[in-house]
Design a protein around this ligand. Structure first.
Ligand code: KG4
Ligand code: ZN
Length: 363
């Protein structure tokens, strides 16, 4: 893209935005998500109504490698992106002419994967002269909740996925304060590593969850509370403790019931996640507790968080599973807030692997 095109582009975008805002019609946002191993495109209306949310998962491809292979993920995104966007528009019954803005995940994630979505979004934005909005992936996970119910502030969100474990405080739309995060492995990553040690397929989270319900939490394992006032998490010590338990048992010629080990591991993860979330919600007088990310699928976590929130009189929101795992509807939902603020990216928008979550979703 030549630089001299930029002023003209910005003018066209601003003009498009002004005209659409004046018309006062419903707002249709096209969302694009390619940060990891799902290629997804969605169309949502007025920030909350999902008209289409198409997800092309690559999980089957990565399964045989036991994890996501970045190069393979990028290639798959390139193959899938155009079709996925077309399918989303089709399902929503919309044409590109009817789309008001395009919102895309620009980090954090695998940089080669992010770039595919960012390049596609930039091309559409440039071709149609519509606003381009860069969305932080975690903001997207949190906004999955707004597709279910209106947010009430202040709120505390627990985001737990294969790549993230964060406790976020939101005092208003578009403002994010990280209260705590993992110092080593993400919660889902710990699940996947323990599952691997137990010989379970990738991704292992759902398999451990299933096994945990068949066993008893009778294997003593540590809980990483860290410093008394910390909202940070740590899962690598727990993962090592599980591996050591397996190793020691096999050296002694004993067998450990995998279901009991899974139940014990899950109990340790869930207890720390839930108690820190409850403590944060009480300390900040949260009006809502939100759960987001792929690990929100965990039955043990959902049950324990529901029970503790009920005890404490806290309102809990958990989106349906299809909105907990990576998808573009949540990206469009977060992007809608920037749309209302006129907070747009330029054609220099880039994929950023380690993008921090700050008050603004764009520079
Ligand atoms: O949000 P997500 O789809 O992708 C990332 O952004 O990482 O999360 C995927 C992660 C994987 O680590 C997977 O094992 C975990 O979520 N997961 C679960 C469950 N279902 C998915 N972990 C625990 N219990 C589950 N039921
Ligand atoms: Zn995610």
């Amino acid at each position: 893209m030549k630089r001299q095109n930029e002023p003209r582009y910005i003018e066209r975008v601003r003009e498009h935005y002004r005209r659409r805002r004046e018309a006062g019609k419903p707002v249709f946002i096209l969302g694009v998500e390619t940060s990891c191993d799902e290629t997804s495109a969605a169309v949502i209306q007025d920030g909350t109504l999902v008209l289409a949310n198409v997800i092309a998962s690559q999980a089957e491809v990565h399964k045989r490698f036991g994890g996501v292979v970045p190069e393979v993920a990028s290639r798959r995104h390139v193959e899938n992106i155009t079709l996925t966007i077309e399918e989303a528009l089709d399902k929503a019954g919309k044409t590109l002419e009817e789309i008001d803005a395009i919102a895309v995940t620009y980090g954090p994630g695998l940089v080669g994967a992010l770039l595919v979505g960012v390049a596609a979004a930039k091309a559409i934005s440039f071709a149609r002269g519509i606003p381009l909005i860069g969305v932080h992936h975690i903001a997207g996970h949190i906004y999955a909740n707004r597709l279910v119910t209106e947010m009430r502030f202040p709120l505390v969100a627990l985001v737990v996925s294969g790549g993230h474990t964060e406790l976020v405080l939101m005092k208003e739309h578009g403002s994010y304060e990280i209260l705590g995060e993992t110092r080593d492995d993400a919660a889902g990553e710990a699940y996947d590593k323990v599952a691997r040690a137990l010989g379970l397929p990738y991704p292992g989270g759902p398999h451990i969850d299933r096994l945990a319900h068949e066993g008893e939490a009778n294997v003593p394992l540590p809980r990483a509370w860290l410093e008394p006032d910390s909202y940070d998490f740590s899962f690598s010590g727990l993962k090592s403790a599980v591996l050591n338990t397996l190793h020691n048992a096999s050296q002694r010629g004993e067998t450990i019931e995998p279901a009991n080990l899974a139940a014990s591991f899950q109990a340790s993860v869930v207890e720390v996640l839930v108690e820190k979330t409850i403590r944060a919600a009480k300390a900040h007088e949260a009006r809502q507790v939100l759960l987001a990310g792929g690990v929100a699928a965990n039955r043990g976590l959902r049950a324990a968080l529901t029970e503790r929130c009920e005890q404490e009189g806290l309102a809990l929101v958990i989106p349906p599973l299809s909105l907990c795992t990576d998808n573009a509807a949540m990206i469009a939902a977060a992007g809608y807030i920037d749309y209302l603020k006129g907070n747009f990216a330029g054609l220099d928008l880039n994929g950023i692997a380690g993008l921090p979550l700050s008050d603004r979703t764009m520079d």
